[in-house]
Design a protein around this ligand. Structure first.
Ligand SMILES: *Cc1c(COP(=O)(O)O)cnc(C)c1O
Length: 394
């Protein structure tokens, strides 16, 4: 694999990581094959002994998936990447691969529902202690990380309240406690925040979201140092099998070509929508990292280069008013996905965050009047008109 030239983001999104076969195809080839063949039994032996580099079996590696992994590593500025079947497969494998009975994990409370379940429910089943902290409270992080800890898991901005965690400060504290820091960077995308530059050790993604970008297939990715990926992650990955389908990798590769254009345009619209919602009397509060009214604005702008494509807002009323508004939307559709070209509205309390329970929701500030918007690529004037007429029915 030849040395890649020093190029910029937009170019990398198109070209980085490509493997071109002897047939000189222009678009990335889809290697829809489970296995690979060997010229001789001797060669198979040499490949399995790691004496010869050769694809073996698509659970371990596949050329289409490898192209995606190489592209993502370049975008993230990471030494190595492994792609996974879903975002949750990425989070689960990244968290579990280095833990054992007696390990201790500290996590920010504001996590994606399934990530929250892994920390609160799954880890304790295996004798792994887990502690949640309020991600914005540095004193709480300090207190939680005053003893040996194996791993810190956090999400910033968080889903759905867009809470920001100080990545640099938490990484420093975590390292003092002996922990590796795993950051779920889905909301920021690789374009708006670089956790590895801020001190994190591992970055995880749901590629289902902005990377794929058009709501077709699931995928995930884990990025980190070559040493950690090879020594800690790869044995777990290879033997437990959360691998990404080559077809899905191929679709995500196509999605990545337009990632910057989409995230830029969708973020611009999201900011306009956030400003609009912030000015509406029927809206109790609007949350968006670049809003003047956003409590953690300074921290957000220090570690992010843009606000992202998600806006969360709270209506004065509760569930009834939120449902009335969502049901009145004509262009924006109701779905729990995000990062799609289509604008989507979610009611977290009854869907994505239903299972964490009312008490935990209250701690996170998710009320029955809270709505999360994933802003798409439609004309922003149409989206504003849609929100205006839906708000009028509240
Ligand atoms: C969607 C999402 C996940 C899980 O990804 P899947 O691809 O659905 O498995 C994890 N974390 C965050 C922040 C997400 O938005």
């Amino acid at each position: 694999m030849s040395e890649q030239p020093k190029t910029r983001l937009a170019t990398d999104l198109i070209h980085a990581g490509r493997i071109r076969t002897d047939l000189d195809e222009n678009a990335e080839a889809l290697f829809l094959t489970s296995g690979f063949t060997y010229e001789s039994a001797d060669m198979a032996e040499a490949v399995f002994a790691n004496q010869v580099e050769h694809f073996q079996y698509s659970r371990f590696a596949n050329p289409t998936v490898t192209m995606l992994e190489r592209k993502l590593a370049k975008l993230e500025g990471a030494e190595a990447c492994r792609a996974t079947a879903t975002g949750m497969a990425a989070v689960h494998a990244a968290v579990m691969c280095g833990l054992k009975v007696g390990s201790r994990v500290v996590a920010s409370r504001a996590l994606f529902g399934s990530c929250h379940w892994i920390v609160s429910t799954l880890l304790p089943q295996f004798g792994i202690a887990s502690v949640f902290v309020d991600g914005g409270d540095m004193a709480a992080w300090k207190a939680a990380l005053d003893q040996p800890t194996a791993l810190v898991l956090l999400e910033s901005p968080s889903n759905p309240m867009l809470d920001i965690v100080d990545l640099r400060a938490v990484s420093d504290l975590a390292h003092s406690a002996g922990a590796i820091v795993v950051v779920d960077n889905v909301f920021a995308t690789p374009l708006l925040q670089k956790p590895l530059e801020l001190g994190a050790d591992v970055v995880v993604y749901s590629a289902t979201k902005h990377m794929e970008g058009q709501g077709r297939v699931l995928g995930g990715a884990v990025l980190g140092s070559k040493k950690w990926i090879e020594e800690v992650f790869q044995p777990f990955f290879r033997n437990t099998g959360p691998s990404l389908s080559p077809f899905n990798a191929w679709v995500i590769l196509k999605g990545l070509e337009t990632l910057q254009l989409r995230v830029r345009a969708q973020s611009e619209s999201a900011e306009k929508i956030a400003q609009f919602l912030d000015s509406q009397p029927k809206v109790k509060r609007a949350l968006y990292p670049t809003l003047a009214s956003f409590a953690q604005r300074q921290l957000a702008m220090r570690q992010m280069s843009g606000g992202g494509t998600l806006v969360t807002f709270e209506l004065h009323g509760g569930k009834e008013e939120a449902f009335r508004m969502m049901n009145a939307l004509n262009i924006i559709t109701i779905s729990n996905n995000l990062g799609d070209t289509k604008s989507l509205a979610t009611h977290p309390a009854t869907t994505t965050h239903m299972r964490i329970g009312a008490e935990e929701r209250a701690k996170l500030g998710i009320t029955d009047g809270t709505i999360r918007l994933s802003v798409g690529l439609e004309d922003v004037e149409d989206l504003l008109e849609d929100l205006t007429q839906a708000l009028a029915k509240v």
